[in-house]
Design a protein around this ligand. Structure first.
Ligand code: HEC
Length: 132
């Protein structure tokens, strides 16, 4: 009886994981950030990130090799959760989103009217597309 209950709990846990996993519904070609936002992100990157990172790390082949086919959430989690390395999480959520918008602009993804929204859920909805 106890064993049966444990198996039942296991099935429930697996179901919960599957339900929570959000498949991306958009890609980085779908105008997911605005040009003004990328400009803000460029400025913030210059102030808070460029002491340790060159922009080239987040553009071109380096960017694509690291992030193609992954959700923006993977960049978001590292950036907002662990960066800047000497003061993790010290920026506003909006500033992290702006920096990711800047990375998208570095990679020539098209800008649109809407801004890239901060947060795990919106970032999970967007997949990094291969260079076309
Ligand atoms: C004090 C130094 C330092 C600062 C400032 C810093 N980082 Fe980092 N960052 C690192 C180190 C160290 C790593 C992991 C080791 C590595 O791969 O270089 C890293 C890795 C990353 C990664 C993963 C890169 C990859 O290709 O896997 C991202 C994304 C990132 N940083 C974003 C940022 C952002 C955004 C900022 C500014 C808000 C920032 N970092 C500021 C030191 C720093």
């Amino acid at each position: 009886m106890i064993r049966f209950a444990l198996i039942g709990a296991g099935v429930l846990a697996v179901t919960a994981v599957v339900t929570n996993a959000q498949a991306p519904t958009k890609t980085t070609y779908d105008k997911v950030y605005s040009a003004a936002q990328a400009e803000r992100g460029k400025k913030t990157f210059g102030e808070k990130c460029s002491g340790c990172h060159e922009p080239s790390r987040f553009s071109g082949d380096t960017f694509h090799e690291a992030w193609d086919d992954k959700a923006l959430k993977e960049i978001w989690d590292i950036a907002s959760g662990t960066m800047p390395e000497d003061n993790p999480g010290s920026l506003k959520q909006q500033e992290y989103a702006d920096i990711i918008a800047y990375f998208l602009s570095l990679n020539d993804y098209p800008a649109g009217d809407a801004e890239l929204q901060p947060g795990a859920a919106p970032m999970a909805a967007i997949k990094v597309a291969k260079k076309q």
